[in-house]
Design a protein around this ligand. Structure first.
Ligand code: ADP
Ligand code: ADP
Length: 228
């Protein structure tokens, strides 16, 4: 589903964020991406949804060479994936319902399809009774649930999450991670860049560790800590 082949990323300012990274993520996998700040986690995620392009090497997503996509084909790529960020990135003047509905509207769904699907996905994230609330009326955990609902409303093949619990207290963070696990259980490939050490260690999923832009470890039932 996701394949990095000898990928390097050097930003215009000369910083090498990734160096010769090769990584294969199967359809349906759940992968934690860990490593210290500056290790290249966000860059790796941004290469997958084509916020950045590789300096060297090839990034493949579901058979598409992401770095070589024509500009007009980028929306097609993005429709295959949902993305969740640390800071939620909700539309502040739109309700929870409208934030989720908007993602369907811009991808050309009919009002009827939207009316049927949005309550379903708000139910999935446990926010059916908060549909009419503005982001400012929701707790951080609830705002992130709206962001997750928005990310999965169009049934993406891949869910990318970059520090999704970075702004949340540990208990709320658990709720969000359990939600991501549930979405994976329903068939979506999930990649989560995170510092949530306790959760990573408890869930015993695949852990890919980046250090200085290189893959330092990749274990099927990994832990957060560096192996010494
Ligand atoms: P992480 O997500 O693991 O903290 P990042 O991918 O954000 O790592 O950053 C990797 C390296 O690339 C860091 O040295 C960071 O300062 C640098 N970097 C990240 N984004 C940019 C950018 N847009 N322009 C220049 N350098 C960047
Ligand atoms: P948490 O302690 O989990 O961060 P909050 O204390 O922010 O949550 O909010 C607790 C509950 O009150 C949440 O269900 C939230 O939706 C609701 N709430 C918070 N602020 C407002 C508000 N300004 N108007 C209406 N409901 C609110």
């Amino acid at each position: 589903m996701i394949e990095f082949i000898n990928v390097s990323k050097v930003y215009p300012n000369g910083v090498t964020a990734l160096e010769d990274v090769s990584l294969h993520v199967e359809r349906g996998e759940f992968v934690f991406l860990v490593g210290p700040s500056g290790a290249g986690k966000s860059t790796l995620v941004r290469l997958i949804y084509r916020e950045e392009t590789p300096t060297q090497g090839v990034v493949m997503v579901d058979g598409l060479n992401v770095g070589r996509l024509r500009r007009r084909d980028v929306p097609f790529l993005r429709r295959q994936m949902g993305v969740v960020f640390q800071d939620f990135k909700l539309l502040p003047n739109r309700t929870a319902y409208e934030n989720v509905a908007f993602a369907m509207f811009v991808t050309g769904h009919t009002p009827r399809q939207i009316r049927r699907r949005v309550p379903e996905v708000l139910e999935l994230v446990g926010l059916r009774d908060k549909a009419g609330a503005l982001p400012s009326e929701l707790s951080g955990g609830e705002q992130q649930r709206v962001a997750v609902a928005r990310a999965v409303v169009n049934h993406p093949k891949i869910l990318l999450a970059d520090e999704p619990t970075g702004n949340l207290d540990p208990e709320t963070a658990w709720g969000i991670m359990e939600l991501l696990v549930e979405i994976n259980r329903r068939g979506t490939t999930v990649l989560v860049a995170t510092h949530a050490q306790t959760i990573v260690n408890a869930l015993k999923r695949r852990v890919v560790r980046l250090e200085g832009g290189r893959i330092a470890a990749d274990h099927a039932q990994g832990v957060y800590e560096r192996a010494i």
